[in-house]
Design a protein around this ligand. Structure first.
Ligand SMILES: Cc1ncc(COP(=O)(O)O)c(C=O)c1O
Length: 384
């Protein structure tokens, strides 16, 4: 049987990771070295100093680029460091159009840090692609979207927005954190750059922060490598290794996350005390058809409204298996309150505009036995 490109699971395990030439070790070693000996002036084995490059990091960067279908990958110390690096491609006066509903920390970076350097941001509801077209200006250099959005689970049609961007010679970057490359391939849909908080599903075990930028053109690779070298916000070899280890099981984890996510969303949608469930896998999600078209699974991120902060608090303090904590994408179920946690920074008015109510609860469904997750939610909901 002739075979061209290896499948996703094969790439997750092998891309960028040939056995160690020195020892045959099947796993890429943690190259805990800040510097590398050189044979003579200007002659070395490709590595000079670990801020610039490190073999464990190279393996990870090649691996992640292969999973997203990009031509380059560059990892940073966190998702926020990756977004910051992305924005260093901009100059004073440049304009960025982005989704109005994004992770609160991204909005905080844009509104409270980068505006001070003369970058301008316009926030639109990117679920209506024409809103992006209307917001473009001659100075627009980038459109940055999150899909699905955190925490309202709104979708943006990546292909439609990519077409608009390209007609205006603007790059499209997609924060693919919620879906992971296993369920959504933005580059295949026309995106120029993919960004992740690798802290979430890519790592999958809640034991390391990280961020990545995947590029599709030589200038992306050059710029992101230059930013790593100049600003130094790179990921340590140990954390690169943790991530390589986590990614090997991404496909099996994501399949289980998806199965559990669907079951929990369906169960929540049948509970009288739950006023509304936001999950693209439910047939009543306004963009369910788009979800079926551009994603190959619905994942395990679900938000649901209990009507008041008091009700949310009663549930959150009553759960025992589900952990009340920030973050998402780990093997364990994490549950949180966006209004006071991830989206506290955007303020009352910002939350009101996006529909992030005080009764909204976000759950990142883990891969425990789903009946145990449901039993925990059931006993906690009984206390509401
Ligand atoms: C969608 C999304 N993007 C970016 C980030 C920021 O990533 P990090 O926490 O790794 O800096 C987060 C964090 O929650 C996120 O959910």
């Amino acid at each position: 049987m002739s075979h061209s490109k290896p499948g996703f699971a094969t790439r997750a395990i092998h891309a960028g990771q040939s056995p160690d030439p020195l020892t045959g070790a099947v796993n890429v070693p943690i190259y805990a070295s800040s510097t590398y000996v050189q044979e003579e002036i200007g002659h070395h084995k490709g590595y000079e100093y670990s801020r610039v490059s490190n073999p464990t990091r190279t393996a990870l960067e090649q691996n992640l680029a292969a999973l997203e279908g990009g031509t380059s990958g560059h990892v940073f110390g966190s998702g926020m460091a990756a977004i910051t690096a992305l924005c260093t491609m901009m100059k004073t006066g440049d304009h960025i159009v982005c989704s109005d509903n994004m992770y609160g920390g991204t909005t905080r970076l844009f509104n409270q840090v980068l505006v001070n350097y003369g970058l301008e941001f316009t926030y639109v509801d990117t679920s209506v692609a024409e809103n992006v077209a209307r917001a473009l200006r001659p100075q627009t250099k980038l459109v940055h979207i999150e899909t699905p959005t955190n925490p309202m689970m709104g979708l943006t049609d990546i292909r439609a927005v990519a077409d608009i961007c390209h007609a205006h010679k603007v790059d499209l970057s997609v924060d693919n954190t919620f879906m992971s490359p296993y369920f959504q391939q933005p580059i295949a849909l026309g995106a120029d750059i993919v960004m992740h908080s690798t802290t979430k599903f890519l790592n999958g075990h809640s034991d390391g922060l990280g961020g990545v930028l995947i590029g599709t053109r030589p200038e992306h690779a050059e710029t992101f490598a230059f930013v790593q070298k100049c600003t130094g916000g790179i990921l340590s070899p140990f954390e690169c290794w943790l991530l390589l280890r986590g990614v090997k099981t991404l496909p099996v984890r994501m399949r289980q996350h998806d199965e559990n996510g669907r079951a929990v969303a369906t169960w929540l949608s049948r509970q009288k005390k739950v006023q509304k469930v936001f999950y693209p896998g439910l047939a009543d999600h306004p963009q369910h058809a788009l979800a079926c078209k551009q994603m190959t699974g619905f994942g395990s991120m679900i938000s649901f409204d209990l009507g008041s902060q008091d009700a949310a608090n009663r549930l959150l303090k009553s759960v025992t298996l589900c952990a009340l904590a920030e973050s998402l994408g780990g093997v364990e179920t994490l549950i949180s309150h966006p209004a006071t946690m991830t989206h506290a920074a955007i303020g009352v008015e910002g939350r009101r505009k996006l529909g992030i109510t005080d009764g909204l609860v976000r759950i990142s469904v883990g891969i425990e036995d789903v009946q145990d997750i449901l039993a925990d939610l059931e006993q906690a909901l009984a206390k509401v």
